[in-house]
Every structure is written in C-alpha cells, then in structure tokens.
Design a protein around this ligand. Structure first.
Ligand SMILES: C=C(O[C@H]1C=CC=C(C(=O)O)[C@@H]1O)C(=O)O
Length: 495
C-alpha cells in the first residue's frame, strides 16, 4: 500500500498499514503535531482511502444522522461524479470584491506543509487529497439582506469527511487541522469512532429507491407567491429594453424570485433525489448552513479544470420543449435560427473567449452553438476549452469569468450597475459560482442557476432571463416560469 506525502520539510515517505488501523492515525497525527511545533502553525492532514461506490444521496442522508455538522452535495449523474462532504476541518470566509482572489491566497497558505496521504493508487483521480467545497455570491456590491445570512461573499469549506466518486472508483477523505498541543491519540480515537459509525450506517442502509412521478404528483400543494408582482417584473424588463435601445448597454440579465411554502418542512434529501433523476446532465448541489440549504440543478458549467486544461461553455438563449417530437424539433430549429437568441448567446461566447485569452495559452471555441435539451427547456450551448498558463488555478479562472453575460450582461460594468439599481432582489449565491477545488489547481465550478434557498417549510427560488433590444416582457416572464419549474418540481410541487 503506497502512501504519498507532499514534498515538504516535515514529511517523509514511508509505507503504512491500513488506515482503519488506529495506530496509523496516531502516527500521522503525531507527526503533524511535531510539524506544527516546528513551524509554529497548524498543519493540515488529509488522508484518502478507497471505499466501495455508493449512491451519493445515501451518503448525504447518512451524514445527516452522524451529526457531524453541515453537509455539502455535488453530483452530475450523467458523468457519475459526486462529492458529498460533512463537517468542517476548517473554512475560508472572504468578503468584498476581492473575495475569490483572497480565497485563492488562503487556500495556497493552508496547503503549505500539508500532510497528504493517499492510501492506494486506485482512487478518483481529481478529488483525492484535500478538497474545498463552496461558493461565492453573485455580486458583492448589492445590498445584502438577512435572507442570505450564513452565506458570505466567499466560502470554501474543507469538510471533516468527504465521500467522492468518479465512475467505478470511490474514496473517503478525512481532513483535520492539527496544532502542536493537540492530543493526537484522542484525535485518532475520534476519527476511528466516526469511521466505525459510518461503516455501521452503511451496512444497515437500504439503497435509495427512485421517486416515481406518481409519488411526486401526490406531493403536497405548494403556496407560491412572487417577490415582485409579475406585472412589475415585466415593466422592469420593458425599462431594460428601453435602456438597451438608448445605448446604455447591449444585454442585461434580470432575475425574479418567488417564495414557496407548504405545511411540512421541505425534504432536502428527497429534493436532491428528484433533481438528479429529472436532470441527469445538470450539476445537482446543496450546501447547508445551519437550518438553511441552498439547493439547485444547474445546467451551466462555469469552469472545470483538469491537469491544466479548462472546459467551460457559453449557455444563453432559450426555448420551451415541444409537446411532441416534431414540435420539439421545430422549437429547437427556431432557437438555432433566432437572431434575438443568437445575439444574446454571442455576447457570452465573446466575453468568455476574451477572458480565457489572457489566462490560457490556447483557446478553442466550437464553430456554432448546439442545442442543450433539458426536461422542460432547451438552450443554445457553445463548448469552450483552453490550456491554462502555468501558475493559474481554477480560482483565477473564476475570478476572470464571473459573471459571464449569461447571468450579468454586456458590457459587464453598465449591465451590473443596472442590475444593482433596477432588479430589487438580493441574489445572494443565486447565479454565483458554486463547486469545489482540489490540489494542483483542479476543480469544477458551476453557475448556481435553477436554484433556491430552503429553510424549514419555506423556500425562495430564483430565475433570470437575458434581455436584449428585441426582448418581449411577456415571453421573458414565461421563460422565467419554465426555469422556476425546476426547483418547484424538485421540492415536490406540480409536475
Ligand atoms: C439566468 C438563468 O439562465 C441563463 C442560462 C441559460 C439561458 C439563459 C437565457 O436564455 O436567458 C440565461 O442566460 C437562469 O436560469 O436563472
């Protein structure tokens, strides 16, 4: 069994016994206390070992019962990748417009002198080692309300336990921050105790059963009301169109929110299951902050970075799905030909291309957009790739890319000013970057769309639409309703 350490002064290479062996944890934690004493700082210890592939939703539910703290869920069932975390070894909290850059610096600092053990070569390639999970607000310069309490401008969590899987490989990572005076034997005992509880819970677990559409249909009635009456939102859209025609900017994305309530508390675990089933190509996510969960199923990748290669996409321009195959095809063809939607889409392609040109040595943009067909809506999508210049991580890419004109507007500065002035909505983490970052600059962040903030029996859901010179307020309103349906159905509402 190979154990790989980071190359720093405190570490030595050695072969070790299986990690479920208490002595192994004692030895590693003791080594960390010595390192901490020598360097006068806490040392990050991260130990990853293989485990069987489980349904990530099962782990999410079991983590709730282990009472280890807040949970995080991230999965895209189409590519069989998932990350499920619980508790926190440490967190990075940042504020203000520099929130991403400050988080990147803190992450670099935390990684220094880390003891990183990988107890097998047969582990998920990109998620083994310490992985931070979290996200960022859409905009730091809007008024923040109490709605988003617990969701700061920037938050990256190093979970205590992380289950991660990639196709046929899965692993568990245990993270700890160890100081010179830490009782390392006690810390090792705690880890072993937690692992025993997890093993017992997995043994006793029943595989999650799929929620049938019939069951979902029987779900309780949801009371839904607009944060801003529909007619007023349409007037906002009309005003944005006037501004665009007057030359203030070329595109702006206006969002709206709805409040949803039912008698019982919403079942976040069930919501994730429904979202994963209905949107296998979407990033299904949940981040818990105390009693609140920010949950969603977004089709939009902001950036994925693997071994210096980054992948992103322009996603903008929408049409409904058809009721029949013929109608669906017609809607798709109309979307591909629509000048209004092409224009809305091209702002995103150009902006992403320009942002990547400074970060990457080479950038590839697909020749023409294709259709991305989701359950109830279809979009124009252009895949974009690039080779990151050395020394850049995914966080630098986020800093340059966010907000793309798919969620902000074009040009960026006047469009954002207009959102701040006219939208009257605290977007919080909606439309912000959400995802994970691992070692070596690898990671993946999505744009947190088709999402909502759930607390007890209430939820606030968000959706936005790209407004251009020939936008029609009524059509944009209908489009926003289609986007809201994702979370309404996810919460168990109308089918
Ligand atoms: C802003 C949202 O969607 C964006 C992504 C795809 C299509 C969009 C559009 O056609 O307007 C939006 O740019 C949202 O879902 O809230």
């Amino acid at each position: 069994m190979d154990i790989a350490f980071t190359d720093n002064a405190c570490n030595t290479n050695h072969s070790g016994s299986p990690l479920y062996d208490r002595d192994h944890f004692v030895t590693t934690f003791q080594q960390a206390t010595e390192c901490a004493a020598q360097l006068g700082r806490q040392i990050l210890v991260s130990i990853t070992f293989p485990m069987a592939v489980y349904d990530p939703q099962l782990l999410f539910t079991i983590f709730h019962h282990l009472n280890l703290g807040d949970r995080f869920f991230w999965s895209r069932s189409a590519d069989e990748r998932a990350l499920v975390g619980v508790g926190q070894a440490t967190t990075i909290v940042t504020t203000g417009p520099e929130r991403v850059a400050t988080a990147a610096a803190a992450w670099r600092e935390l990684r220094q002198h880390a003891i990183i053990e990988k107890v097998s070569a047969d582990l998920p390639a990109y998620t083994s080692g310490p992985v931070l999970l979290g996200g960022f607000t859409f905009d730091t310069l809007t008024t923040h309300t109490s709605l988003w309490e617990g969701f700061p401008d920037g938050l990256l969590i190093l979970p205590y336990l992380l289950f991660h899987s990639d196709e046929d490989k899965a692993a568990l990572t245990i993270n700890a921050l160890i100081g010179a005076d830490d009782a390392f034997e006690q810390r090792a005992d705690n880890v072993v105790g937690t692992l025993r509880q997890l093993a017992l819970a997995l043994q006793a677990s029943q595989p999650a059963t799929a929620v049938s559409e019939d069951e979902a249909r029987q779900a309780s009635e949801l009371a839904v009301h607009d944060l801003l009456p529909g007619e007023q939102w349409k007037k906002q859209v009309a005003r944005a169109v006037e501004k665009i025609r007057a030359g203030a900017f070329e595109k702006v994305v206006l969002a709206r929110g709805v409040q949803v309530a039912q008698e019982e508390d919403f079942d976040v675990d069930g919501t994730l299951q429904r979202l994963s089933q209905s949107y296998p190509g979407a990033y299904v996510f949940a981040i818990q902050r105390g009693k609140r969960y920010f949950v969603g199923a977004t089709p939009e990748r902001l950036v994925c970075s693997e071994d210096g290669q980054i992948q992103t996409m322009a996603l903008a321009g929408s049409a409904p799905r058809g009721a029949t195959a013929e109608e669906d095809q017609r809607f798709g063809e109309e979307l591909l030909k629509s000048e209004k939607n092409q224009g809305e889409h091209n702002f995103v392609v150009t902006t992403i291309h320009d942002a990547l040109s400074t970060l990457c040595s080479r950038v590839w943009v697909a020749d023409a957009p294709r259709l991305l067909k989701l359950k109830n809506i279809q979009h124009l999508e252009t895949p974009i790739m690039g080779n990151l210049k050395p020394g850049h991580s995914i966080l630098e890419a986020i800093e340059d890319l966010h907000p793309t004109p798919a969620v902000g507007g074009y040009p960026r500065i006047p469009a954002l000013a207009s959102i701040r002035e006219d939208e009257h909505l605290d977007r919080g983490w909606y439309a912000g970057p959400i995802g994970w970052i691992g070692t070596g600059g690898n990671g993946e962040f999505a744009v947190a769309l088709r999402s909502g903030l759930v607390e007890g029996h209430q939820a606030t859901l968000f959706a936005g639409c790209g407004i251009v010179a020939d936008s029609d307020p009524e059509s944009e309103y209908q489009e926003s309703c289609l986007k809201l349906q994702v979370m309404l159905r996810g919460l168990g509402g109308e089918m």
